[in-house]
Design a protein around this ligand. Sequence first.
Ligand code: EPZ
Length: 422
Amino acid sequence: MDFLRITQSPKLQGEVQISGAKNSALPILTSTLLSKNPLKIHNLPNVADVNTLLKLLGILGAEHEKFSANHIYIDTSGVKETKATYDIVRKMRASILVLGPLLARFGHCEVSLPGGCAIGARPVDLHIKAMEKMGAEIVIENGYIVAKAPSGLKGANIVFDKITVTGTENVLMAAALAKGKTTIINAAKEPEVVQLCEILQEGGVQIVGIGSSELEITGSDGELLDMKDIKVIADRIEAGTYLCAGAITNSCITLKSLIPHHLQAVIEKLEEIGFGFEIGEDSLKLLPAKKLQAFEVRTAEYPAFPTDMQAQFMALAMQCEGVSSIEERLFENRFMHVSELQRLGANITLRGNIASVSGGAELKGADVMATDLRASSALVLAGLIAQGETNIHRIYHLDRGYEKLEDKLISLGAKVERLREE
Ligand code: EPZ
């Protein structure tokens, strides 16, 4: 297995290109099951989760061709199989995103329950309840969601008890082919959900309320969509992670090919800590801080501070003067990075879902273990400032969501190498 060796790095400098958003690419890929015609997808991030989903779609019968690592042509007209098996779903829980489109197009499907992951139980009860509201008969058998809607799905009023990103996306895709109108109350508003709405709308689906928490979708009553070629939006979490790499080393770096507006909450928090910005149309320049102030942050749904940036800010808090407080409100176990950061010397105390980080502790490189995608990015950031060498193991977690991570960090001047365990 590979591991990353990170040596305490000098200030970073230069530019980094942001890739397409993993969390937009995944629903976009499953939405192609709704398309009557093949289509091109541009700016697709070449990360493990996207390649796993392409493998699943291939098993179902879809065909795709790669023009380059980031541009594909996909044709789902040959899809006949509607069973998403455990061996694939367990590797990538967002495979649950085939539930809505398969059910809407074929009237039946079997999708392995994704099961939990390091950050929490990750139930899909809200997805299932919504599909049942739209007329599906669903039973859970031998760890599979077995769903049937022989006479097709019908529009319904869906009120989500909790805001769920992939839950909203599954209902959007199911409603696109349903008979009649579907309303979603308490819908997720993440930019990735907005892009899915936009591509369905370009495919002929009438959607009202895009970007709001109340969506109204008029379905095509089983008619497949005339979907157009797609360019995946930039990855705001990858961008936020590189901002934290610049911030933790108090450097001046520039991010290119991103959408600054999607990072409002992260930019505001970094300004509060002491950083400045030069904001361009699709670029963002981080200006170093005179002093890094401790901060308070609590994670919440978009447009508030994203849970996917919580671990990275915990690493940054180690450099801030004073005691920072970080409250995780979405997931019940998203502090797996704490014990690993403590191995480097971090001074962090946990009280329930609140972490207090005393900045200024001396950090010494050590062997640490990645546990989930964003926790592992926090370890990379910490490795940039810890004395000596930090070896990060199980970096397959990183490869799930960060394209060419070490190349991009090296281009900014970081000392990073990917090695193989003996
Ligand atoms: C999406 O996960 C993202 N993944 C996650 O990013 C992100 O952390 C999360 O949204 C929150 O922003 C993708 O988009 C592929 P949720 P998702 O359903 O949709 C509870 C990353 O690092 N819930 O919005 O699975 C759930 O337990 C990943 O890129 C239910 O109770 O998250 C959680 O507490 C990690 N029942 C809350 O809702 C359900 O049926 C939000 O979960 C569904 C969710």
